[in-house]
Design a binder for this molecule. Structure first.
Ligand code: COI
Length: 355
């Protein structure tokens, strides 16, 4: 990997926008902190690493990212504990995954040292943007895009890697109603489903809009071959509780290796909850629901943490889920947040102190 380990140069804002921010009125990911990180890939080397005031970019309209979607991203969060300490949650996982995504999208990998130095410096500068209190966090969005000018359909030789930070509250409020995909697909064998490639998400918008028109917030994606196996929910991994067993699809080149997904599985194993990582069919789900064995469905992801599903639709039939007094979704959400906000022991070493 070509690495230019020069230090990050920093240009600070003269006036912070922080005093003007109403933290009670934050639409997810629409308010950004004072600073952002940028680094360019040119002549085969990542270089010119800088932190600058958050602001617009000037990029050629012929940059390849606009034409071929050569772009990848990550989602991470910083949390503040009761003593003002700031923690990331398993950032190494995000670092490794963005490079895995980059590799799949023919984008050069980003150096570990610069990634972590950028996070440390950015968070140190904008630490007052991390609000304390359960549910408040700083959503961190690293991303890379092809900036080379030219509309020939080939990988770029110039890129920009950036990190933005956005104070957020909960992603979804309340339970989510979902519909099971019978026509559209999120990913295919050999495709980019396992990558956090920008286009993966853009391609979901149209089928999700169709679902919304029918009163559902999200789509449960099924395999593209037969629409037979349950794979993901919206932008999240998905879990099913049948009787007391927690079931989720195995990762593959169609399914994102979610950090929250693997954390939930680890917590379940730690708590002695039976887990079954296997392909679950729609038919089994419907049958379990009819037999009263389906107790819960929930999505897991960095943005939403755990998002309980209250009903699903399949073949125009609606299946409602009853609230469970011993809900796995509530249990894992609490256990995850207790670790994230430094309110409990961290037996897995997931917390990463950063400020
Ligand atoms: C995440 O949960 O981190 C996601 O990827 C959701 C994001 C698309 C808002």
């Amino acid at each position: 990997m070509n690495t230019n380990t020069e230090h990050i140069t920093v240009k600070q804002v003269t006036n912070s926008r922080l005093p003007g921010i109403d933290f009670n009125k934050l639409a997810f990911g629409s308010t950004f902190t004072d600073h952002m990180f940028m680094c360019d890939f040119k002549n085969g080397v990542w270089q010119d690493a800088t932190i600058v005031p958050y602001g617009n970019l000037s990029i050629s309209p012929a940059a390849k990212v606009f034409h071929y979607g050569q772009a990848v991203f990550e989602g991470m969060k910083a949390f503040k504990d009761e003593n003002g300490g700031i923690f990331l949650f398993r950032p190494e996982e995000n670092f490794e995954r963005i490079n895995k995504s980059s590799k799949r999208m023919a984008i050069p990998e980003f150096p570990r040292e610069l990634f972590f130095e950028a996070l440390h410096k950015l968070i140190a500068l904008d630490k007052d943007w991390v609000q304390g209190g359960l549910g408040n966090s700083l959503y961190i969005r690293p991303f890379a895009m092809a900036t080379q000018v030219g509309v020939s359909a080939s990988p770029a030789d110039e890129y920009k890697f950036m990190i933005l930070m956005s104070p957020v509250k909960a992603y979804y409020t309340g339970d989510v109603r979902v519909t099971i995909a019978q026509k559209y697909s999120r990913s295919a064998d050999g495709g980019v489903g396992a990558a956090k490639a920008a286009g993966n998400y853009g391609a979901q918008f149209f089928p999700t809009n169709l679902a919304r028109e029918k009163g559902f917030q999200q789509v449960i994606w099924t395999d593209s071959n037969e629409h037979k196996y349950l794979e993901e929910a919206g932008t999240m991994n998905v879990f099913f509780r049948i009787n007391d067993t927690l079931i989720t699809a195995p990762t593959s080149d169609r399914i994102l290796d979610g950090v929250t997904r693997k954390s939930v599985l680890a917590l379940a194993e730690h708590d002695g909850i039976p887990t079954d990582v296997r392909r679950l069919t729609v038919a089994e789900l419907v049958e379990a629901s009819k037999a009263g064995a389906l107790k819960e469905i929930f999505g897991s992801g960095t943005a939403a943490v755990i998002s309980p599903v209250s009903a699903f639709a399949y073949d125009d039939e609606l299946f409602e889920l009853e609230k469970q007094t011993d809900s796995y979704a509530s249990r894992f959400k609490k256990e995850l947040m207790d670790i994230q906000y430094n309110r409990s022991e961290d037996p897995f070493n997931w917390r990463y102190p950063i400020g």
